[in-house]
Design a protein around this ligand. Structure first.
Ligand code: GLU
Length: 278
């Protein structure tokens, strides 16, 4: 199998030095292995993602010295694919409609029998099929949540046996329990990052997912989706996050660390890598 990895930014703003580190780490791993490097634009949030950022991302990455396979997949062009994934999860009966407001969710969490902690683990009083049909007919908005209880029922012993290889930490159990019942889609946006990323990583043949440590806690959920959808689980590597002199993570709103501003200030990619140590 050819080593295949990717960089998957969301074009909601200009890339910053943290993105450069992530893209560089993935690209370099692919180069070292003589593998494939794929760039994917994760732009399902059509209100926050702007097409004008796409070209800036390409220019930034070329300036960094990266190259990638064409065409670049834009997730906003593939909502049908993600809708089909949601349909499969509905057919498996592992997702449920959640009509609750934030306040109602907090109330459910407070009333949960075994001290559910901070996360949502489903309705305390499940609604009847009639009420659900009525609220759908009325056009009320809702979210599709993944029911961990239903996943346990459907997967049986496979649920507790889920695991994944983390490049630096070895074989780890994939326990999605700390996340509770996460939102996988909304009535108006029929998908989410989780559905799109898991679908596309499989479609594009990823053997290795190289991404920031901040996404580590979501990996068990992605392994669960792969298990439900009969998709292979790639090897994961969660790299350290670059921080500024105050130990803060870089943010898109901090314009001084965008790659665009650095290249416009005349810095070379090598200057940037030396300065930030990668
Ligand atoms: N699109 C995600 C982001 O911008 C990254 C997804 C991933 O690497 O899994 O943070």
């Amino acid at each position: 199998m050819i080593f295949t990895t990717r960089f998957a930014p969301s074009p909601t703003g200009h890339l910053h030095i943290g993105h450069a580190f992530s893209a560089w780490t993935a690209w370099q791993a692919a180069s070292e292995k003589g593998g494939r490097f794929i760039l994917r634009l994760e732009d399902i949030d059509t209100t926050r993602c702007k097409p004008e950022f796409d070209q800036v991302i390409f220019d930034d990455l070329i300036w960094l010295g990266l190259d990638w396979e064409l065409p670049v997949r834009r997730q906003s062009e593939h909502f049908d694919d993600y809708a089909r994934v949601l349909e499969r999860l509905i057919a498996l009966r592992v997702v449920y409609r959640c009509f609750k407001t934030r306040a109602e969710i907090l109330d459910d969490i407070a009333r949960a029998p075994h001290g559910a902690g901070e996360v949502y683990r489903g309705p305390v009083d499940p609604m009847s099929a009639d009420e659900e049909a009525e609220r759908v007919a009325k056009g009320e908005s809702y979210a599709w949540r993944l029911s961990l209880d239903r996943c346990r029922d459907v997967l049986g012993p496979r649920f507790a046996a889920m695991q994944f290889i983390e490049d630096e930490r070895g074989l780890l159990p994939a326990d999605p329990d700390p996340l509770g019942d996460v939102i996988l889609a909304r009535k108006d946006v029929g998908t989410s990052y989780h559905i799109a990323v898991v679908h596309d990583d499989a479609l594009q043949g990823m053997t290795h997912i190289i991404r920031g440590e901040d996404l580590f806690e979501l990996t068990p959920l992605h392994v669960l989706l792969q298990t439900l959808l009969d998709l292979p689980t790639p090897i994961y590597r969660h790299h350290r996050l670059l921080t500024d002199e105050n130990g803060q993570r870089f943010a898109k709103r901090n314009l001084s660390v965008t790659l665009k501003s650095m290249r416009e200030a005349g810095m070379s990619a090598e200057d940037v890598r030396t300065k930030w140590g990668f």
